[in-house]
Design a binder for this molecule. Structure first.
Ligand code: SF4
Length: 468
């Protein structure tokens, strides 16, 4: 497409080049769009109209008798409507004399490719407009970020040894837990993740029985708290599956607290998970910088930055009173994202005073061999510790989780400096505790110490390991 305005009406024009020189254009008609597709002799062969209604595109078409443009007009109107979530009218007319079947096919393929390109532009416009909307949290977060950025800069310069561990309301307790990966299928394509949709491997989804087996194995090791983790599949059916897994694991008796990490959902879906017995919900924004966000979240619901930003609020509305926020360190310069994360936490607790916040700062390490993403803003050990300390000091009553992505020596230091949740004896693969072979892991871990060793580490730091 040769032109996409940054704001205001949209106007896209493209010519497909030889051999067909198809003209493809989309322009705004008020809030809606009209699309024109022409090639050869200009005329009208079909007119399709697609309307965004009840969360889906509904499309109808009128065809001039004897013409064959119905398929491409319907496809374009429907696809563009779904991408832009606005009514779209598509007028198509393509005529070349004496086309052979393979030439017809080549024209149709060319139109489909142009439609995909236009749909990507309309979707990006919709998602960019959404984060500028006054109902979106991003303007509020950005309003606070400047103030907090000064604090981040100041506190990031305090040497870690001089920084006291300020922890309110935990009585020296550190919760030990393990993740239990239920499913490696995901509808998103996050450039940095082993579960991204474009990665080619056999996806695993545990049966309810297998999930209970995994939980039982963790309980045998001494665990009482687990984080159920899945790729993001935001359908009601999938939510039902996680509800059932949660209920059955709790009913089995060994595990007493189930936390969830399964992406952004609707308020109603959160409500069902809460009713099934889930204790807390973790929803990490990864980065608060729109350009980076859109670059790395390439396809799927997670591209909708505004929707994900509001996810923690929806979880709180649904009754979750313990909510985990986080950024993925390595995607974007740390100071910026850290200040935004703190702003998000402050807004969430202002809007929902009963909510207790938890933080996690997963640090992006190596991704799988097939992944073309390389860490854009690497975070060194010292910076990572300073970032955790900033959150510890700024939010003394918040949980601070340190996962096994970190090396033992870093985790040991953070326990001494005020971490309150540690994973132990971890697998990041579905079936990783009992299945042989297990599924593919989401990422490699750096600390393989079993639960008793992590419990000893906590005791040596003068604190008490607890399991729920
Ligand atoms: S980070 Fe989460 S949402 Fe993104 S691909 Fe991985 S599992 Fe899916």
């Amino acid at each position: 497409m040769d032109r996409v305005r940054e704001s205001g009406p949209i106007e896209l024009r493209v010519c497909s080049g030889p051999p067909w020189h198809l003209e493809y254009g989309v322009e705004s008609i008020g809030d809606d769009y009209v699309c024109r597709i022409h090639g050869g002799e200009r005329h009208i062969g079909a007119v399709a109209l697609s309307e965004w209604r009840a969360d889906r595109a509904t499309t109808e078409c009128l065809t001039v008798s004897g013409h064959k443009e119905r398929g491409i007009a319907m496809h374009a109107a429907h696809t563009l409507c779904a991408a832009g979530r606005r009514s779209v009218s598509c007028i198509a007319g393509i005529h070349f004399d004496s086309l052979k079947p393979n030439e017809v096919e080549s024209i149709v393929e060319t139109v489909y490719a142009l439609t995909r390109e236009a749909a990507a532009a309309l979707e990006q416009r919709r998602l960019s407009d959404a984060i500028e909307d006054s109902r979106c949290l991003l303007p509020r977060i950005e309003g606070l970020r400047g103030e907090l950025a000064r604090e981040v800069r100041e506190l990031m310069t305090v040497p870690p040894r001089a920084a006291p561990a300020i922890v309110d309301g935990f009585d020296g307790r550190v919760i030990l837990f393990a993740p239990l990966y239920l499913c490696s299928a995901c509808s998103n394509d996050c450039a940095y993740c082993g579960f991204r949709k474009s990665a080619s491997f056999d996806r695993t989804r545990l049966s309810i029985e297998q999930a209970v087996q995994e939980a039982r194995q963790l309980a045998r090791q001494g665990h009482r708290t687990i984080d159920l983790v899945t790729g993001e599949v935001a359908t009601d059916r999938f939510v039902d599956y996680v509800c059932e897994a949660t209920r059955e694991i709790l009913a089995d008796g060994g595990i007493r607290r189930v936390n969830l990490n399964m992406g952004a959902l609707t308020t109603e879906q959160f409500r069902r998970l809460k009713a099934a017995g889930a204790a807390s919900y973790h929803l990490y924004q990864e980065t608060y910088a729109p350009q980076t966000y859109f670059e790395v979240h390439r396809r799927g619901l997670k591209r909708d930055m505004a929707y994900r930003l509001a996810g923690a609020h929806r979880a709180a509305e649904a009754g979750f009173e313990s909510i985990g926020l986080g950024i993925l360190l390595g995607l974007h310069p740390i100071e910026d994202d850290l200040a935004a994360l703190a702003a998000h936490a402050r807004i969430l607790t202002e809007d929902f005073p009963r909510v207790r916040i938890g933080f996690s700062l997963p640090r992006l390490q190596d991704v799988d061999a097939g992944c073309e993403y390389s860490v854009a803003a690497p975070v060194g050990d010292a910076e990572f510790i300073q970032a955790a300390l900033f959150l510890r000091r700024r939010f003394p009553s918040a949980h601070l989780t340190v996962t096994t992505r970190e090396r033992p020596e870093i985790r040991d230091r953070l326990v001494a400096l005020g971490a309150t949740k540690l994973s132990a004896g971890v697998s990041t693969a579905p079936g990783g505790y009992t299945l042989e072979p297990s599924g593919t892991p989401q990422f490699e871990i750096s600390d393989r110490r079993p639960l008793p060793e992590i419990a000893d580490l906590v005791r040596r730091s003068g604190r008490t390991p607890v399991y729920e």
